[in-house]
Write a protein that binds this ligand. Structure first.
Ligand SMILES: Cc1cc2nc3c(=O)[nH]c(=O)nc-3n(C[C@H](O)[C@H](O)[C@H](O)COP(=O)(O)OP(=O)(O)OC[C@H]3O[C@@H](n4cnc5c(N)ncnc54)[C@H](O)[C@@H]3O)c2cc1C
Length: 287
């Protein structure tokens, strides 16, 4: 049943500084409301526990996509539509664009933000595997200042993350080092569109004279957080891409992930699909 709207308060600050002042002055009272595509689902279901929200949608400081020679930086309010429209992202970070194009429908893509996707912290979210593989860093801002941290490690457990009550996620940046890599992204769901992932697999890699010179792999919906599969990467990097290496990598991946049975799938199916996607990715870079 829908929540009783008068129980909720939404305030619209004039600037980022005003928003940060609210967060600092009344600790824990206010939470950000960006596109609202996750929050409104909870509201409609009568399960939106928190009552006071700061509407950050109009804060221009959290918008925009800027590129330098070394990095591309996206405001936290970058929508999935913005992602798909950006030529640098399309050329150098195609998995993020693919994730954006496979997230919800057009209405969600126009309104849902990357910042909201990250802080909502669903283990089944579709952008995080791509962001992890692209070695994204995130900027958190508060009245105390700004801090950048690697996105890998930001999520510490199911819906737990390294963000303080007075902080907003402001920007996401990725190094422009993907030129000679193969990019592989697969979202496996019940349908081709409007489905929550059963498994979401993102990877980049390249071979040099038959050896795996570089690879990065991340998988969603197979653990309490979206996982960068460092151990699996280590079984691959520097090794000849032969059947023995592929077998070892699959065994390591199975140990590294911990899928569960839930309403969308079973642990057994997710394990098998994750292995299949790893094998398919390796066939892609071998090819
Ligand atoms: C029909 C439908 C389909 C969907 N399909 C997909 C899908 O295919 N794949 C997928 O991954 N997701 C999907 N989603 C989920 C959702 O659209 C995304 O997670 C979206 O990116 C959330 O962004 P938002 O701006 O709407 O977040 P909001 O709902 O505004 O906020 C989500 C959470 O993040 C916090 N937050 C938001 N911005 C910030 C910030 N800058 N700093 C700190 N905290 C912040 C909020 O306080 C809240 O806790 C779907 C949702 C719906 C309703």
């Amino acid at each position: 049943m829908r929540a009783f709207i008068p129980n909720y308060q939404l305030t619209t600050p004039a600037s980022l500084a005003d928003a940060l002042a609210l967060l600092e002055n009344e600790p824990g009272v206010w939470k950000p409301f960006a596109g609202g595509t996750d929050l409104m689902v909870l509201l409609e279901a009568g399960r939106l526990v928190h009552r006071n929200y700061i509407n950050i949608w109009g804060l221009h400081e959290l918008r925009g996509i800027e590129a330098t020679d070394t990095h591309i930086t996206l405001g936290a309010l970058t929508t999935y539509t913005d992602v798909q429209a950006n030529p640098i992202l399309r050329g150098e970070f195609p998995m993020l664009c693919q994730a954006a194009s496979e997230t919800g429908g057009l209405a969600i893509q126009n309104r849902g933000t990357l910042g909201g996707n990250i802080v909502n912290a669903s283990p089944a979210a579709d952008s995080p595997p791509a962001l992890l593989v692209y070695d994204a860093e995130i900027e958190l801002v508060s009245k105390r200042g700004s801090r950048w941290l690697p996105y890998q490690g930001f999520h510490t457990g199911y819906k737990e993350m390294q963000i303080e009550h007075d902080e907003l996620l402001a920007r996401i940046r990725m190094p422009r080092n993907t030129a000679d890599l193969a990019h592989y992204y697969r979202k496996v769901g019940t349908r081709k569109a409007q489905a929550i992932s059963k498994v979401c697999f993102a990877a980049v890699g390249k071979t040099d004279d038959g050896q795996i010179a570089d690879t990065r792999i991340a998988v969603g919906s197979v653990a309490p957080i979206v996982l960068r599969c460092v151990q699996t990467e280590n079984t691959l990097r520097g090794h000849k891409l032969d059947d023995e290496t592929i077998r070892t990598a699959c065994e390591t991946l199975v140990r590294e992930i911990s899928p569960i049975d839930d309403i969308r799938s079973t642990a057994k199916y997710r394990l098998q699909i994750a292995k299949n996607l790893l094998v398919d990715f390796l066939a892609t870079i071998r090819g």
